[in-house]
Design a protein around this ligand. Structure first.
Ligand code: NAD
Ligand code: DAU
Length: 337
């Protein structure tokens, strides 16, 4: 049985990944998470009594804590990050602390610990910048041209990961994935925000002309890709991941409205995001050729399942909107966040 350190496991993708890992029966997991606004212990409430799972509340920048954990694990999957572009435009500093400095602390502790065999750094397509309508999808060797403070902080962390490989031979792998959607996504991001707003009859704030394009992947497909990279990926490599599913924001919102049977009059065009990237698209041929992975969930199916999940799990998001989700830690661990 391998023991993994998963950072940021109380967030959207991290919690889906931990569920995925535990369901294989092949891994034990230590989840290190600071429980920022985006971290929700309720995402993993079903694993609380699972002997293969343990939770440590702490920050990845805490060198003493990270060093102690690193001695106990065989590999690291690093999700922890400040992840929302709009927040980074408002204030970049937490993004530098966590995404840049925190990643360096993890790399240093990993290297000194000797025991762990692989460090998987979860990065994003946003490090490549923005594409014009006719440009080919991003490839792994493309230059990094991040445009938002969030993307710049992720690109910086990618460079630190690369430097650790080049300088010390640390067995690192970088994955860069496109926009995820699915259960447990914090309702500040496009798909959960718009789905909940439709259910509540609230307006849908669409930035700019609504024609910005994202490549959507269901979070389960992303988690399966990370499993393949963890088990068979080659140290020193970068793998692009994506859903082969480019859609404009307007198309996504129309799909949600159509599924929930609501009117387009809910759409409200609002001021554009500053520096708003126009289009992302990923060339995922490398991971297909090297590891045999490709996405399997169609957007049509994935979005229906996702909207049904948000309909069926109303208490989950209502507790986020009211702030009650923060009380879970106090109830179970006796401390205030
Ligand atoms: P999220 O915001 O939902 O979760 C982030 C988690 O990290 C939270 O649980 C939070 O408490 C934790 N965290 C934040 N700062 C921390 C710190 N200093 N120490 C310890 N824990 C900390 O994010 P997500 O959407 O699940 O994204 C996870 C990772 O995947 C990020 O690295 C992100 O850049 C990357 N990514 C996300 C997407 C996407 O579409 N969501 C796509 C590609 C890559
Ligand atoms: O591409 C991968 C990235 O996807 C990840 O690295 C990020 O962590 C993740 O947050 C996501 O970034 P985006 O900025 O693409 O996602 P977001 O859900 O914030 O926005 C998606 C698109 O929808 C974007 O073009 C902005 C637009 N949008 C978003 C919100 C929240 C709106 O039009 N209105 C909104 O209210």
């Amino acid at each position: 049985m391998k023991k993994l350190l998963v950072t940021g496991g109380c967030g959207f993708i991290g919690s889906n990944f931990i569920h995925h890992l535990i369901s294989t029966g092949n891994y034990e997991v230590i989840n290190l998470d600071a429980l920022t606004y985006a971290g929700n212990l309720e995402n993993l409430a079903d694993l609380e009594d699972n002997s293969g799972y343990s939770f440590v509340r702490g920050r990845i920048e805490d060198e003493e804590l990270v060093s102690a954990i690193m001695k106990k694990v065989d590999a690291v999957v690093h999700f922890a990050a400040e992840s929302h572009v709009d927040r980074s435009i408002h204030d970049a500093s937490p993004f530098i602390t966590t995404n840049v400095m925190g990643t360096q602390v993890l790399l240093d502790c990993f290297r000194r610990a000797d025991r762990p065999e692989k460090f998987i750094h979860i990065s994003t397509d946003e490090v490549y910048g923005s594409l014009g309508p006719d440009e080919p999808p991003f490839r792994e060797e493309d230059p990094l041209r991040p445009n938002s403070p969030y993307a710049a902080s992720k690109a910086s962390s990618d460079l630190l990961v690369r430097a650790s490989w080049k300088t010390y031979g640390t067995p690192v792998i970088i994955t860069r994935c496109s926009n995820n959607y699915g259960p447990y996504q914090f309702p500040e991001k496009l798909i959960p925000l718009m789905s909940i707003n439709v259910m509540e009859g609230r307006k849908l704030p669409l930035y700019g002309d609504g024609q910005n394009v994202r490549d959507w992947i269901h979070v389960s497909d992303h988690c399966e890709a990370i499993m393949q990279v963890l088990e068979r990926g080659k140290p020193g490599e970068i793998y692009n991941l994506g859903g082969n599913c480019e859609m404009s924001n307007l198309q996504v919102i129309r799909t949600i409205l159509g599924f929930l049977g609501s009117s387009e009059s809910l759409i409200e065009y609002v001021d554009d995001r500053l520096g708003h990237d126009r289009r992302y698209a990923m060339d995922i041929s490398k991971v297909g050729n090297c590891l045999g992975w490709s996405p399997s969930i169609s957007f049509e199916q994935g979005i229906q399942d996702t909207i049904r999940w948000y309909e069926a799990n109303r208490p989950w998001w209502e507790r986020i909107l009211s702030g009650a989700y923060k009380g879970y830690y106090l109830q179970h661990y006796g401390e205030q966040i």
